[in-house]
Design a protein around this ligand. Structure first.
Ligand code: CP
Ligand code: NVA
Length: 299
């Protein structure tokens, strides 16, 4: 059988994505539930920092009777210039599945092309599909199917926003992106989804009547030097009580974390007793376990 990868949400069909999410919710009820053969090994390559992604994949593999190995460029030959393709060929000859967090999306594509085992994108500059599995699982669990709903993305047209655009396509919802000029998501992605994705300049136009509000930091990993400029540009692009008040009466709000209270989201909403953001973070564990089961079962 051909090796299946998960580099973007488009690598699985809409039906397969729903199947993974249903399994994730099932696995949430029993952490030791697994269909994996024992002893499966995941190599996790992190070229950027991580808390949730590392902990969820590592805990998930152990809970399923396997093992996860943390590899950083600092202490592997990847950091000393060994070609991505050579690394992929060697690493994939020794493990069952690979997860990569890196900068350029082309790196995960090149790695996957040379890999004999499934490769999962744990975040690139362009996409963060694992987070979307958790986000959609969270919406499903708290509000039911997201099909036909209005989703508002407030903030940067970044990797998370790009994955929300792919999610709009795969899960069939409307996405309104509110961002300042110059911080739009990739034009080709917007154009390819013109029927369901639009861009507005006023966050209130996105939030009005929305069933889900989502946001992320104004400066992503690798953009630290732009922090001050971005703080200025994104003033007002914040999910707070006034925005939630004009959303649908049963709207929820999500943030992939880590969050900057008082910047892209108010402290009040981050710390609200009824926020589902912590459940969203936990769902990384369940959604990715279901994803690993799916990829290893179908490869
Ligand atoms: N949301 C997310 O991917 O978090 P980490 O950067 O901590 O992995
Ligand atoms: N857009 C953020 C997401 C972090 C999970 C970043 O790339 O840093």
């Amino acid at each position: 059988m051909a090796v299946r990868h998960f580099l973007t949400l488009l690598d699985l069909s809409p039906a397969e994505l729903l199947q993974v999410l249903a399994r994730a919710t099932e696995m949430k009820l029993d952490r030791s539930a697994t269909r994996l053969a024992p002893g499966r090994v995941m190599a996790m390559i992190f070229e950027k920092s991580s808390t949730r992604t590392r902990v969820s994949f590592e805990a998930g593999m152990v809970q399923m009777g396997g093992h996860a190995m943390f590899l950083s460029p600092r202490d592997t030959q990847l950091g000393r210039g060994e070609p991505v393709e050579d690394s992929a060929r060697v690493i994939s000859s020794m493990v069952d599945i690979v997860m990569i967090r890196t900068f350029g999306h082309d790196i995960v594509e090149r790695f996957a092309a040379a890999s004999s085992v499934p490769v999962i994108n744990g975040l690139t500059d362009s996409f963060h599909p694992c987070q979307l599995l958790a986000d959609i699982q969270t919406y499903l669990e708290h509000r039911g199917p997201i099909q036909g709903k209005k989703v508002a993305w407030i903030g940067d047209g970044n990797n998370m926003c790009h994955s929300y655009i792919n999610a709009a396509r795969q899960f069939d919802f409307e996405l309104v992106v509110a961002c300042p000029e110059g911080y739009e998501p990739r034009a080709d992605l917007v154009a390819a989804n013109a029927g369901r994705v639009s861009i507005v300049r006023d966050p209130r136009d996105a939030a009005r009547g929305a069933h889900l509000l989502a946001t992320d930091v104004w400066a992503s990993m690798g953009q630290e030097a732009e922090q001050a400029r971005r703080e200025k540009a994104f003033t007002g692009f914040r999910i707070d009580r006034s925005l939630l008040d004009i959303a649908a009466s049963d709207a929820i709000y999500l943030h992939c974390l880590p969050a900057h209270r008082g910047e892209e989201i108010s402290a009040e909403l981050m710390d609200a007793p009824d926020t589902v953001i912590w459940d969203e973070a936990e769902n990384r564990l369940h959604a990715q376990k279901a994803l690993v089961e799916f990829l290893l079962g179908s490869s």
